[in-house]
Design a binder for this molecule. Structure first.
Ligand SMILES: Cc1cc2nc3c(=O)[nH]c(=O)nc-3n(C[C@H](O)[C@H](O)[C@H](O)COP(=O)(O)OP(=O)(O)OC[C@H]3O[C@@H](n4cnc5c(N)ncnc54)[C@H](O)[C@@H]3O)c2cc1C
Length: 336
């Protein structure tokens, strides 16, 4: 492993943005990670698949591309197994591995880009399933001391697109491996969300298994989300906001058909994509960036955009949604 200098991060982020790392190395083991920490070059930024970051400028310090791989069966129970996955493993390839081996629990999370090590950071979720539903524990190395710590489910404090690693432990750890609990038989299939049921019917599937669900999710996602190879993007740019009944009532007064989902805590979740669309942003282009035509929640780089341009667009969207609906959108993407 060598530490290189002044490296372009353009090939390493799905937004396709140019930014340089003052120092850069690819790590394949905890030993290599610790070696990098001992150099004393700070700050250290861990890079996975670069699919949830907006690079707004060059990065000083050391960027470490996590390539710690490996998928190992840890324990076997009557109807489940615990699988330990290296933090640098590609998430979707892990999902395909699970499906191929008849292991259930992650099939609804098919085709989410990025690495297994980044998945707990924002508790990735899609089609009614979140990472926390299959998570057991993770191992992480302190970027300050090089010491390893195991974080339990409780310690990760998972929330909606959130965990302790986006809060007070942000930027302090490298997640080196994650343990998941997957079912061997009697899988808990989740087909009620989104278009899954309809896609299964169109595919002529009456009694779906995990492979059918994975295939359906891949079909739906491919038709709705822009391929970063075509238009740079990071998926949903904003979180779906949780708001009070009072704010909801004032929205319903002017928009009786506004979509919303009641939450257990008494708040309601309103799709950010709908709010953005109502402000006229869907399909709108500003310079080299814009709101994707099929999904307003996705900001895209049409080619040659800068991180500053995307950030300015996000700021304008936040302002117009706040003015119209009195709701402040929060980015889901990590802005660096
Ligand atoms: C087309 C598209 C669709 C998407 N769909 C979804 C979706 O349905 N649901 C969803 O939840 N997300 C979705 N995302 C967002 C993204 O794929 C996830 O957030 C993913 O987990 C990011 O992984 P990554 O390896 O690319 O992280 P990166 O972008 O490389 O990093 C994200 C953050 O995590 C930190 N980090 C990365 N790896 C580690 C590690 N091992 N240890 C410590 N810190 C680390 C980085 O420093 C950075 O702050 C989508 C993105 C795209 C481009």
């Amino acid at each position: 492993m060598t530490i290189q200098q002044n490296i372009s991060l353009l090939p390493f982020n799905t937004f396709g943005l140019e930014a340089k790392a003052a120092h850069f190395a690819e790590i394949h083991s905890v030993k290599e990670l610790r070696h990098c920490i001992r150099t004393g070059i700070q700050p250290i930024m861990i890079l996975g698949g670069g699919s949830n970051m907006l690079l707004t400028g060059d990065l000083r310090g050391l960027v470490l591309k996590n390539s710690i791989t490996g998928i190992n069966l840890l324990r076997t129970f009557k109807n489940k197994v615990w699988v330990e996955v290296g933090g640098g493993e590609n998430w979707h390839q892990f999902v395909l591995w699970a499906v191929r081996n008849g292991l259930g629990g992650v099939e609804n999370l098919s085709l989410i880009p990025g690495t297994a090590g980044a998945a707990p950071i924002q508790n990735i979720g899609a089609y009614g399933v979140e990472l926390k539903d299959v998570f057991v524990r993770l191992k992480a190395v302190s970027l300050e001391t090089g010491k390893m710590k195991t974080f339990s489910h409780h310690e990760c404090r998972f929330g909606y697109r959130d965990s302790i690693f986006k809060q007070e432990e942000r930027g302090k750890w490298c997640i080196s491996s994650v343990v998941f609990s997957l079912t061997k038989h009697k899988h808990h299939l989740n087909t009620s969300y989104g278009d899954i049921q309809r896609t299964l019917e169109n595919n002529g599937v009456n009694l779906p298994g995990i492979a059918d669900i994975s295939r359906a999710v891949i079909q739906i996602r491919s038709s709705k989300l822009p391929d970063p190879a075509q238009f740079g993007n990071c998926g949903s740019f904003f979180k779906n906001p949780e708001t009070s009944q009072q704010v909801l009532q004032s929205i319903l007064a002017s928009h009786p058909h506004a979509p919303y989902y009641p939450l257990e805590n008494g708040l309601v979740k309103i799709p950010a994509g709908w709010l953005i669309e109502q402000c006229g942003w869907k399909g709108k282009r500003v310079g080299n960036t814009g709101c994707y035509e099929k999904q307003a929640l996705v900001l895209v780089n049409y080619g040659g955009a800068t991180g500053a341009e995307v950030k300015a667009l996000a700021h304008s969207i936040i302002q117009s949604v706040e003015q119209k609906f009195d709701i402040r959108l929060e980015p889901e993407v990590n802005i660096l």
